[in-house]
Design a protein around this ligand. Sequence first.
Ligand code: NDP
Ligand code: 8X3
Length: 254
Amino acid sequence: MTKNYILITGATSGIGLACAEKFAAQGNNLILTGRRNDRLLALKEKLEKEFQIQVEISCFDIQSKDAVYASMDKLAHLKNQVSVLINNAGLAAGRDNFQDASLDDWEQMIDTNIKGVMYITQIVSKWMIENKKGHIINIGSTAGKEVYPQGNMYCATKHAVDALTKAMRQDLLPHNIKVTGIHPGAAETEFSLVRFKGDQSKADAVYKGFEPLHPEDIADIIYYTTTLPANVCINELIVTPTAQANSYLINKLN
Ligand code: NDP
Ligand code: 8X3
C-alpha cells in the first residue's frame, strides 16, 4: 500500500520537531523542511531508524519564492501522497514599540510568516485538489487573536495567518480539503531565543513563574485533528497554558 506523507515546515526545532516525532511514531512518512540542514539530516536518520518510515528532507529559506518553488518541484513526485501540510515555520523578531521597531525585523516576519505560508500553500493546495482531498493545518498564535504591547508586526502576521486560514477554508471548500488553524499561547521552544536574538536570559524570563506549553502538547493536538473522520473538520483551536488567559495575560508566580 502507498503510504501518505505529512509535510511539516520548520521541523528543525520546537513545535515542528515535536510534530515530526509524533507523526513518525504513528507510522507516517514525512517531508521535513527548515534552513538547518544538519538538523534535518540528523532527524531523518533518527526517525527512519526508530520508526521504519520514509523521511524526505528539503532545506530552504521559506522567505525565498524561488527557493520554495525549486524545492517543491523536487518533491513533486510525491504530490499524490501528501495528505497533510503543517504550515509551522515562523518566527518573531524583536519586541519593540511600534515607533522603534526594526524594519528588517518586520520584513523578516512578513516574509516568513505570511509570504512563506502563501508560497508553499498555493503549490500544495493544487496537489491536494488533484488528489481530491487533503488537510492544511496553519500554526497561528494567540497573537493572531489579540494584539499585545510591543507585539505589533508579529501580531499582524499572525492575524494574517488567521485570515488566510479562513480564506483557504472558503476557497478550497469545493475540493474536499480540510483547513485547521491552531493558535497556541506561550510554548517553550527556541521561539524566544530567536525573538531576542540569542539572549538566553531574556528568553528564559518569558517562561519563568508558570508552566508554559511544551511543543509536544501542541503536536498531540495537531495530530488529533488529523485522526477525525472524513466528514469532521476542526476549524480552529486556541490552546494556552492553564496559567494564560489570552495573548497578554499570564498568571506568573514571580
Ligand atoms: P522555533 O524557533 O523553535 O521553531 C521555528 C521553526 O521555523 C524552525 O524549525 C525554523 O527552522 C523554522 N523557520 C524559521 N524561519 C524560517 C525560514 N525563513 N525558512 C524556513 N524555516 C524557517 O519556534 P516554535 O516551534 O515555537 O515556532 C513554530 C511556529 O509556532 C511559528 O510559526 C510560531 O510563530 C508559532 N507559535 C509559537 C508559539 C510559542 O510560544 N513558541 C506560540 C504560538 C505560535 P530553521 O531555523 O532551521 O530554518
Ligand atoms: C507566540 C506566543 O505570546 O510570544 O506566538 O506571541 S507570543
